[in-house]
Design a protein around this ligand. Structure first.
Ligand SMILES: Cc1cc2nc3c(=O)[nH]c(=O)nc-3n(C[C@H](O)[C@H](O)[C@H](O)COP(=O)(O)OP(=O)(O)OC[C@H]3O[C@@H](n4cnc5c(N)ncnc54)[C@H](O)[C@@H]3O)c2cc1C
Length: 316
């Protein structure tokens, strides 16, 4: 049976959340196509493959000392070996830094069309139709490949994470990994200890309307903490040093998909909206009734944040 193959991403033996989302995507696409969901795990041994088998019934494990650290050459050769050993219809890759680095090379190596940065997939007449943002999220486009096989990269949050279930099987696939043209000299964690707001269910974000660092802390941080969520920010807030870069939401910051996103004193520039419009419920607080953020808000409060937030805090 044809397979939809999710490529696992792991760092220091730990799976990324994106991998669990890809397992969910592989299951959904495979079920709609009458195919079989599977995953491929590349590494120095099969310990991560055994972990992935908790989330998907069929796992192909390629082990080689050369795969200990991620390189695009290693991953392309490893994925190609799995695709050539199986009847693979589609390859799913996280739209992460690594995924962006090697996905197109995999497509070239297996002669497949590629659609990158997808946020949805549906089946139409036996073909997979992918949806992705374009023009900074101003419009969405639907795409399909014209080849037998496809490669698709999925943005973070496109699918829910697959929960662990009963363990599937791990099958070894042999691959001789040839020339690797780059060497990983070291991994430098620039954001060590920084919060990952992309996982938060509730985010209260403050913008330039907060006026200064003290007010950002007094109003935005307090409301976020009271709601049991995380606090985020627009770019000017980060540029002004009111909070750290790990909390920036938007095109050049994090993409977030919380259940609740409260945008406070944020105008709704497309670069900000690109990072948060996937939130399930958006509440905008802005004193300007014409602010573009109201165009995408589920609920809007036209008012002065320095009056609205104390009222909210008092009622919580
Ligand atoms: C290449 C590029 C990448 C970018 N990436 C990002 C990104 O990742 N994230 C990002 O956020 N931006 C990004 N930007 C910047 C973006 O274009 C906007 O400049 C920015 O989002 C505006 O931030 P803001 O909404 O906080 O500020 P403003 O646009 O100045 O809006 C402030 C808002 O606060 C409201 N306000 C003021 N006082 C009050 C009050 N007392 N009560 C209630 N409301 C009040 C105002 O009505 C206004 O709507 C990027 C820009 C470029 C060119």
């Amino acid at each position: 049976m044809a397979k939809i193959l999710a490529i696992a991403e792991h760092k220091n033996g730990k799976l990324t959340d994106g991998t669990l989302e890809l397992c969910k995507a592989a299951k959904a696409i495979a079920s709609a196509l009458g195919a079989e969901p599977a995953a491929a795990v590349l590494g120095k041994d099969d310990s991560v493959a055994k972990e992935v088998a908790k989330y998907i019934p069929l796992v192909f494990s390629v082990t080689n000392a050369a795969l200990e650290k991620y390189t695009s050459d290693g991953y392309v050769q490893g994925v190609k070996a799995v695709v050539e050993s199986q009847d693979v219809k589609g390859v799913l890759i996280s739209h992460s830094y690594d995924g962006v680095d090697y996905a197109a090379k995999v497509a070239m190596a297996i002669n497949a069309g590629i659609v990158s940065n997808c946020n949805k997939a549906r089946i139409d007449g036996g073909a997979v139709i992918f949806t992705r943002n374009t023009y900074n999220g101003k419009i969405q486009e639907e795409k399909k490949v014209n080849t037998d096989k496809f490669v698709a990269t999925f943005e973070k949050g496109a699918y829910d994470m697959e929960p662990a279930g009963s363990p599937g099987t791990v099958t070894a696939v042999s691959a001789s990994i040839g020339a690797i043209r780059t060497t990983v000299k070291g991994i430098i964690e620039t954001m060590a200890g920084a919060v990952d707001i992309s996982q938060a269910k509730i985010i209260v974000s403050g913008g330039r309307g907060c006026k200064d660092a003290d007010k950002y802390k007094e109003f935005i941080v307090s409301l976020a903490k009271k709601l049991g969520g995380e606090y985020g920010a627009s770019r000017p807030v980060v540029d002004s040093g009111w909070t750290d870069a790990a909390r920036q939401v938007g095109q050049s910051g994090k993409t977030v998909n919380p259940d609740l996103y409260i945008a406070v004193g944020i105008s709704g520039a497309i670069q900000h909206v690109a990072g948060m419009k996937g939130a399930k419920c958006i509440v905008a607080i802005n004193k300007d009734p014409e602010a573009p953020i109201f165009n995408i808000a589920t609920y809007g409060i036209v008012g002065d944040l320095f009056e609205v937030i104390p009222a909210m805090l008092a009622s919580l």
